[in-house]
Design a protein around this ligand. Structure first.
Ligand code: ADP
Length: 667
């Protein structure tokens, strides 16, 4: 708050104080002119609110140079207006007291208002009530002190005199302070400022002004008729339709005109027989229109603020909902929100897809497919269903269930269900159900388990052999009967077992990398690769290759394919037969090259030609060493290149042909 006051202080320079002091003096002198037979405190005194506005706008402390200057100005202006020095002193003290009290109360009760420590305009009926109460209380205390002083100094007074003092000061405070603060706030408010015309347009402003002038002209022309009350209609018009600032300005002008005409002995209030009573009536009339106008326009402001707030909240809610929908829609997990009654409240596209409703929206019934079978084949008990448990308040994580998806078949879903806050309006429990398709993951898991089993088995065999042979060596050594030839035999068997293990481990590694390595496609010359492989295997004489069109593939992986297939073709020949491997290739489709590797080997039994591509499957496991992984690696690599592979009998009569496709290379 002190910061705000300082800021206002900076805005209002000392010249303003001098100006205000001048205005107070001039108004005080002017107001004393038509006093006639009435004492000074009875007449109108529009300068009454100025001291309050002075301290508020300047942000001055109540004990300050400003207050001291004010005291001097008030005393001087009372003297100039014709009061005795002791009466002028009394009035100055009462006025200062009233001013200080009003300022303290306003700063305390309306701290958010501009001029009172805050930056807000007077735009709430509740603030208006506090604002009015502060002015009424301060003015009442001021008039009590003034009247007590007058009684003490002049030894005469009436209770009506006190009321008159109160009336003129309250009236002045209401019109001067209010308009001053409203204008000050508007001037200092950041742009864009609220419309000055409020809900109305210029035409309506002209009409309302003409109405006001007309009504006042009528009311003040017919002295004999007490026509003051219809004048309120103009205030109501301004209060309901125009901004608080404009409504305040209207009340100010109407108030000044009313008081001036009354003082000039014109109009319904001047028609009252007793001059002082007429003034009093006029003052309370002005106070009434100010409060009425402000009450209506602050109510209107508040309504507008609430409507704007509501609009903002609504826009915010729509924005939040759009974000929520975008997030829910973008996640790959299926998401459902269901309630106790079984109603499906929310779902995302992934849920619709996974539950087989890709064609249309998910229905409430669709969620039921989630609640029938466990992945291990057991039927779900009613109480065990993840959704039911979540609706009971229990969190369920990673339950695996089987759903039957139309056109797709059985899918395994991993389901988690979490209780949500209760729907208090409808009195229903709600649950969030999240699920993802783990069918492939599960198949992989099972495949991996089987794979690990075979690996363990295949590694254990040579290991057992190594154990056995080394144990025999130890026994022979213990007996001291290990002859050199036997020892050589044992060692060669141990080495053969360890070689098998090494081969298996090498194949396992190749198997793992064949699926994990990123494909690096390039122009690959298969003919050249075949020649390189034959040379590396010292089998140039057994392998022949006719020119093959270039392919677009991962060179390293294609080499692995050819090496496995040529290796097998050289390996699986009957004892004593010289292997003969021929490699052909041609463009079978515009974008496809088909390659055939034919051998004269032992061939593959008809029923085995598919199975040999599975991991660890071996058609001739007795007489030929191997891990059973080579062809599964080959098939995986070809599949990753979007190709196919198959084995068939060699039409030449003996042996087999492996035929596979790869994408052809184009510039
Ligand atoms: P491995 O050769 O290590 O046993 P592969 O996966 O390379 O494993 O081959 C799987 C099986 O397919 C072999 O065990 C063998 O029975 C059969 N096979 C592969 N290539 C040939 C071939 N050219 N001729 C005959 N049988 C073959």
């Amino acid at each position: 708050m002190p910061g705000d006051r300082k800021q206002q202080h900076a805005l209002v320079n000392p010249g303003t104080a001098v100006g205000l002091a001048g205005v107070i003096v001039v108004l005080a002198v002017l107001s004393s002119l038509p006093a006639g037979e009435a004492p000074g405190y009875v007449d109108v005194y529009p300068a009454g609110g100025l001291p309050i506005l002075w301290l508020l706008v300047r942000g001055a402390r109540v004990v300050s140079v400003d207050t001291a200057v004010l005291a001097v100005v008030l005393f001087g202006s009372n003297l100039l207006a014709g009061s005795d020095p002791d009466v002028a002193g009394t009035f100055a003290v009462a006025n200062i007291l009233q001013t200080v009290l009003a300022v303290l109360l306003l700063r305390r009760w309306c701290p958010q208002m501009w001029g009172c420590g805050g930056a807000e305009p007077l735009d709430r009926p509740r603030v208006l009530a506090r604002y009015g109460a502060a002015l009424v209380l301060a003015t009442a205390v001021g008039s009590a002190v003034a009247m007590t002083g007058v009684v003490a100094v002049e030894a005469h007074s009436t209770s009506l005199a006190g009321l008159l003092w109160f009336g003129r000061n309250l009236c002045s405070a209401l019109i001067v302070v209010t308009l001053g603060l409203l204008l000050g706030q508007r001037a200092s408010a950041p742009r864009p400022r609220p419309r000055l015309l409020g809900d109305a347009g210029v035409v309506e402003l002209v009409a309302a002004t003409a109405f006001t002038v007309g009504m006042y002209a009528v009311a003040f022309s017919f002295d004999d008729l007490p026509l003051a009350f219809p004048l309120l209609a103009a205030t109501v018009w301004f209060g309901l339709r125009f901004s608080t600032v404009l409504s305040g300005a209207h009340s100010f002008l109407v108030g000044v005109v009313t008081m001036t005409l009354t003082v000039m002995d014109i109009g319904p209030f001047a028609a009252v027989e007793r001059l002082d009573l007429g003034y009093l009536l006029a003052e309370f009339y002005v106070a009434t229109i100010v409060i009425t106008g402000l009450g209506l326009s602050t109510g209107r402001d508040e309504r507008h603020a609430l409507a704007a707030e509501l609009r903002r909240t609504e826009e915010d809610a729509v924005y939040q909902a759009s974000i929520r929908d975008a997030v829910i829609g973008s996640i790959n997990e299926g998401l459902l929100v269901v309630d106790e009654s079984g109603e499906l409240l929310v779902h995302n596209d992934a849920a619709a897809r996974m539950l087989g409703a890709a064609e249309g929206p998910l229905t409430t019934e669709s969620r039921l497919v989630l609640t029938t079978w466990w992945a291990d084949g057991f039927q779900m008990g009613d109480e065990d269903k993840p959704t039911v448990r979540a609706l009971r308040g229990e969190a369920v994580h990673d339950a695996e269930v089987v759903v039957q998806v139309a056109d797709v078949g059985d899918r395994v879903l991993n389901v988690s269900a979490i209780p949500l806050p209760r729907d208090v309006v409808r009195g229903r429990a709600r649950a969030l159900v999240l699920f993802r398709d783990v069918t492939t993951e599960l198949a992989h898991r099972e495949e991996l388990a089987a794979f690990a089993g075979v690996v363990a088995h295949d590694l254990r065999n040579p290991l057992a052999a190594i154990d056995g042979w080394t144990e025999m060596i130890a026994d022979e050594l213990d007996a001291g009967a290990l002859d050199a030839q036997l020892a050589q035999e044992f060692v060669s068997r141990v080495r053969s077992s360890s070689r098998r293990m090494r081969e298996l481990i090498k194949d396992l590694l190749a198997h793992a990398t064949s699926s994990q390595r990123d494909l690096e496609l390039s122009r690959v010359d298969v003919t050249q690769l075949v020649e390189e492989i034959a040379a590396a295997r010292h089998a140039e004489g057994f392998v022949s290759c006719s020119p093959i069109p270039l392919v677009s593939a991962d060179g390293v992986l294609v080499r692995q394919v050819l090496d496995n297939l040529i290796g097998n073709a050289l390996k699986y020949v009957a004892p004593g037969v010289e292997p003969k491997v021929t490699v052909h290739g041609c463009q079978t489709l515009p974008n496809l090259v088909t390659i055939q590797i034919a051998d004269n080997g032992i061939g593959i039994p008809a029923g085995e030609r598919e199975k040999i591509f599975e991991e660890f499957h071996r058609a001739h496991y007795r007489d030929y060493e191997g891990s059973g992984l080579g062809l599964s690696i080959v098939r995986r690599i070809i599949t990753r290149h979007d190709g196919t592979i198959m084995a068939r009998a060699n039409p030449a009569g003996q042996g087999s042909v492996f035929e596979f496709t790869l994408p052809s290379y184009t510039d």
